[in-house]
Design a binder for this molecule. Sequence first.
Ligand code: MF3
Ligand code: CO
Length: 251
Amino acid sequence: MAVTVKSAKEIELMREAGRLLEKVHDEMGQMIRPGISTMDINEYGDKLIRKMGCIPNFLNYGGYPASICVSVNEEVVHGIPRRDRILQEGDIVSLDAGLIYKGYHSDAARTYTVGKVSEEVQRLLDVTKQSFFEGIKMARAGNHLFDISAAIDDYIHQFGYGIVEDLVGHGIGTSLHEDPQVPNFRQKRRGMKLVPGMTLAVEPMINLGTFEVVWQKDKWTVTTKDHKPSAHYENTILITDGEPEILTLHR
Ligand code: MF3
Ligand code: CO
């Protein structure tokens, strides 16, 4: 599929899709505490998205059975919400969510702490989030796509964390996943030239230990091979004439 460049009108719709998803994340983030189940988060997120008149784009995507991906500790992404998966003090939980507003998709992820976590784990979360910001410093018209990948890789390298390679970011628009793929690790090529109007989901997935991941028997849940924790941070961004616009974050 070709890479799409959005018109001014489409960008307006992408902005609104992003703004609404940011609200969903903020609300879900406030409910995180020991004792709630991963299904509680999914049900609340699903309800918020529908109340906005939007559609949860993850539900039934390739057969995925929920609206929000809820991944705990060593789960990297695509954790399936469960009523019997109860969050405990010291856990981390990654929430990945997306919605469709008037035909346009947004996609974003955050990792939260449940109560107090170790300094080591808190640093993993902080560094994962910062790696997104390091990456998008390069997300400017005239630069090349894999400049983003290299910037994330360079920043993460000093911490010795594992960068997940089996899952990557992506273009986004009238589909959740459009070309191009956006890896979070250095590439041999430069990739395509970035132009204003491209919208990308940039989403580093960073492991405390090995970069290697495994798919669980449920066919969805991706976990670290060494069972050490993993963090995820994602926003939908717009390439402009200047700095990138973060459509799912306004702070
Ligand atoms: N945010 C995920 C991504 O970027 C989407 C979740 S996959 C789904 O690929 F199946 F749950 F939708
Ligand atoms: Co995504």
